[in-house]
Design a protein around this ligand. Structure first.
Ligand SMILES: [Zn+2]
Length: 347
């Protein structure tokens, strides 16, 4: 019988076998079970256990959990294949409203290293770490040492109100806390500092892979330097351009490239309130803005009709807080789109 030839009866996978062989044997095992219930020995191992036994090297690899998408992309870029990097907050949810799940506690409990963006963005994290009870956890704050913008955004108080949200945030969160605005990853220069912090943290926690982390970080930082040059060259043509957003995510980018962000709304809203709409109208008039900047995935019907009334366009700027891509290059693809969007909106 074919399954005997493939080792159905051996009951245990040999260590070090190639993953595809493990898969093959797993499927044969299932075939065995269906045809012969006496071979229960094999069924005691879950597919995960078989895979782990088949690739013992995986058990040695450093487990890194990164909180949000940009932090994940930077960590993955530095770690490469030297560590297993996973993302904690599903990039389909809004980190500003995030409530930790039991799975998050489990993920942190079994991790070696936790990387956060920091600056108060991950408000759920402290209690989640506490619940995970992992005394060996190394924590990396990607924003360590970064000079933040204290004021939320250089908004004009006649246009927007930085204190309190008239539309109400039941979760009680706003960006205006002592840590400063947390969206530092949207400035390529500050992103370099985050990558450097992540590199140094990984090296300290896992010195055996120092060479890999160093090489990977250097390559990514080079890419960030190139991106920074592109932003400089393109946006210097439209100095002091004012762009109107509905998420206070771009003050660092604006400061870096001599633009001005006016954030009508601090945190992305499911729906704009009448007050928000009024602010948007005032901002467009005051700054003679040519465009309103929404975000991918936001339902902006109201914004679209508002824009039509005001004779301006609606464009999408991506804060990278959500998105399905897990390739570290996704950061550059998205930022180049943002650059093009800003250049078009400012011209
Ligand atoms: Zn945000």
């Amino acid at each position: 019988m074919i399954w005997n030839l493939l080792g159905c009866r051996t009951g245990r996978q040999r260590r070090g076998i190639l993953p595809f062989m493990a898969l093959l044997m797993l499927s044969v095992t299932i075939g065995c079970n269906q045809s012969n219930s006496d071979l229960s020995e094999n069924t005691e191992q879950t597919p995960q256990a078989q895979e782990a036994a088949a690739t013992p090297a995986n058990q040695e690899r450093t487990k890194v959990v990164a909180t949000i998408l940009p932090t994940y992309l930077f960590t993955k870029a530095v770690a490469g294949d030297a560590a297993d990097v996973s993302i904690l907050v599903s990039p389909t949810t809004d980190v500003h409203d995030y409530q930790a799940t039991p799975d998050d506690v489990k993920a942190i409990a079994s991790a070696n290293i936790l990387v956060k963006n920091g600056l108060g963005l991950e408000e759920f994290l402290d209690s989640t770490i506490k619940n995970a009870e992992n005394p060996n956890l190394t924590r990396i704050d990607a924003s360590q040492g970064i000079q933040t913008i204290d004021e939320i955004s250089p908004v004009d108080k006649t246009v927007t109100d930085t204190h309190g949200h008239s539309h109400g945030h039941s979760h009680g969160h706003s960006h205006d806390h002592a840590d400063g605005n947390p969206h530092v990853w949207l400035d390529p220069v500050l992103a370099k500092q985050q990558v450097t912090n992540i590199r140094d943290g990984l090296i300290a926690a896992d010195p055996a892979n120092k060479a890999t982390y160093t090489t990977n970080a250097a390559a990514y930082i080079q890419d960030l330097d190139n991106l920074h040059s592109e932003f400089q060259q393109t946006l210097q043509k439209t100095p002091n351009c004012t762009f109107i957003t509905f998420h206070d995510a771009f003050p660092y980018l604006a400061q870096r490239y001599n633009l001005k962000q006016v954030a009508v709304v601090q945190i992305p809203e499911d729906q704009l309130s009448p007050g928000d709409v009024q602010k948007a109208v005032k901002a467009v008039q005051k700054y003679d803005a040519k465009a309103l900047f929404s975000e991918p995935g936001v339902d902006n019907k109201l914004l679209t009709s508002l824009a039509q009334d005001l004779n301006v366009t609606v464009r999408n700027l991506d804060s990278l807080e959500t998105g399905g891509e897990r390739d570290p290059q996704y950061y550059f693809q998205t930022m180049r789109k943002n650059l093009q969007t800003l250049a078009d909106g400012c011209s």
